[in-house]
Design a binder for this molecule. Structure first.
Ligand code: HEM
Length: 531
């Protein structure tokens, strides 16, 4: 009796607890069922004829976030087949309208300032990382002035100085890195390319003083800044989470390093430098207002971060593509021998123009592996889509994905094939843009305040964007990537570890797409290697 009472007491409690738990479970399941039911019903019953079709989704708020996030290019292509070039999907509760193809690129990227806005979307992510009063933490007219300062600094004269700097950085990196010691070996290539990119970019764009600091403190600090760029920070940018605390500390510390350097350079009375910091120190806004030191510092962070992800990912893809096509690596080597001489003299800026296949490698790699797969804008006034009945309302976000047209069969024969020779005019795979659409030189030009840029309105190939937010780093990226490529080609042969022509998949988990890791390749020194 006593034992029964002892056992029966807790058992009945447990049963009643179980009952409560299962009641909560039933309540949640019912709630979810009703939410899903209403969400589906709404999609069928309340279609808005003046808005682009909505991608079908079961769950409210989550919408298509997961399928989009796993593989954005595949998401765009599959839904384009179902719904056409212009469609809307739910991204973290927000109605996001995608418009692909050259018309879509033009509609979004060349949208008028009263209609579309980038800073509202990006500022939560970029301002804590770059710092205040620059890029998306200021009126667009000020960003245009800042872009002008940065663009003016990237002159032919500057590039002439950069090529030997970049060549030396690559050579010295390959000489001192243990993974490249010996006659041959296997290396996980993306982390190496990330380091090569930051050393070359920091030295060329920010001067030797800053470059040297990357061997000490700056590399770790930039890594912490980088963590602030994770997609989750679109929602949690404000939260006192460990990575956000490290981001804020890194931002203050890096900005101080730049501001101290600016002061030292002024105090020294330095003259004739070609790095961007120097140009910014000598630039003035309209009305003859000098650029404040903290803004120079924040622009330096922005520039390095903007270039780092894109160039590092592109250079990794180049190396991985070459490992899958050793024949092309030989074509590149032969191009250098033929056009620069068998002794392969030190590379100059002028030499790059003699290496069209090297340029085509960058172009073709960006066609298939553009690091920025989604470009977003807030809609400020209802925007009628020309030639359709659609009007995009102001509670939508617009999303351009130039990568879709860059891999569209109507412009690029065998679009999924990485074939740099296709950029030769008489290649059977030559893009229709090379064959019969006006080239960028013939395209309509416009000045948004940072110099004339081509509108790119007809072009299905826009890895550097278009419009007022177009990249100002394009020429620098080309110089940097081609120089790194040329130095690596003259010293190494690559192939896949298993000798196949396979290429690793893409990691879309961060904001910029990049190769999945580890991504190992086999390397072998060339005869006559210059290292
Ligand atoms: C903007 C791509 C390298 C600095 C952009 C945009 C794209 C892009 C697509 C437009 C973004 C938008 O419309 O929202 C690339 C690629 C690169 C590269 C593919 C390398 C392969 C660089 C480098 C720098 C740089 C090396 C700096 C030296 C910038 C800046 C903007 C920009 C300042 C302007 C942002 C704005 O106006 O909103 N880039 N970029 N980029 N990029 Fe690059």
């Amino acid at each position: 009796m006593g034992i029964l009472q002892v056992v029966a007491g807790p058992l009945s409690q447990q049963f009643s607890q179980l009952g409560t738990v299962s009641q909560i479970g039933v309540a949640i399941a019912s709630f979810l069922f009703v939410a899903v039911f209403l969400n589906v019903l709404q999609q069928f019953l309340f279609k808005k004829p003046n808005e682009p079709p909505l991608v079908f989704h079961w769950f409210p708020l989550i919408g298509s976030t997961i399928t989009y996030g796993m593989d954005p290019p595949r998401f765009f292509k599959e839904n384009r087949e179902k719904y056409g070039d212009c469609f809307t999907f739910i991204l973290l509760g927000k109605k996001t309208t995608v418009y692909v193809g050259p018309k879509g690129n033009d509609f979004i990227l060349n949208g008028k300032i009263r209609d579309v806005n980038a800073e509202e979307i990006y500022t939560v992510l970029t301002t804590p990382v770059f710092g205040k009063d620059v890029v998306y933490d200021c009126p667009n007219s000020k960003l245009m002035e800042q872009k002008k300062f940065m663009k003016i600094a990237l002159t032919t004269e500057a590039f002439r100085q950069y090529v030997p700097i970049i060549s030396d950085e690559v050579t010295s990196y390959l000489k001192r890195t243990p993974d490249f010691k010996g006659k041959s070996g296997i290396v996980d290539i993306p982390p190496k390319m990330a380091q090569i990119t930051i050393f070359t970019a920091s030295h060329a764009l920010q001067g030797k003083e800053i470059r040297d600091k990357f061997d000490e403190t700056l590399a770790d600090l930039y890594h912490d800044l980088d963590m602030g760029f994770s997609p989750i920070n679109f929602m949690l940018h404000w939260a006192p989470l460990p990575w956000n605390n490290r981001r804020d500390y890194a931002q203050r510390t890096v900005a101080k390093i730049y501001m101290d350097t600016i002061k030292e350079r002024r105090a020294r009375g330095e003259t004739g430098a070609q790095d961007i910091m120097w140009h910014l120190m000598n630039s003035t806004y309209k009305g003859d207002v000098p650029v404040p030191d903290h803004e120079i510092a924040h622009m330096m962070i922005a520039l390095l971060m903007a270039g780092q992800h894109s160039s590092s990912s592109t250079s990794s893809w180049i190396m991985l593509r070459l490992a899958s096509r050793p024949d092309i690596m030989e074509d590149l080597y032969n191009e250098q021998v033929k056009n620069l001489g068998a002794d392969l003299p030190p590379l100059t800026y002028e030499d790059l123009a003699k290496l069209p296949l090297h340029a085509a490698i960058v172009k073709e790699t960006l066609r298939l592996h553009a690091p920025i797969h989604s470009i977003m804008r807030a809609v400020k006034t209802p925007m009628p889509v020309p030639g359709t009945k659609y009007v995009i309302p102001t509670d939508h976000v617009l999303l351009a994905a130039p990568g879709v047209s860059a891999t569209d069969e109507s412009y690029f024969p065998q679009p999924d094939l990485w074939e740099p020779h296709r950029w030769e005019k008489d290649s059977p795979l030559a893009p229709t843009i090379v064959r019969n659409v006006p080239s960028e030189e013939d395209d309509e030009k416009i000045d948004y305040g940072y110099g004339l840029v081509s509108k790119g309105a007809n072009s299905p190939y826009l890895p550097f964007g278009a419009g007022r937010h177009r990249c100002i780093g394009e020429q620098f990226a080309n110089v940097q990537l081609q120089t790194i490529l040329a130095i690596i080609v003259r010293n190494f042969k690559f192939r896949n570890v298993d000798g196949s022509d396979k290429v690793i998949g893409t990691d879309y988990a961060s904001l910029f797409s990049r190769p999945l890791e580890p991504a190992k390749i086999y390397w072998e020194r060339r005869e006559g290697c210059q290292l």
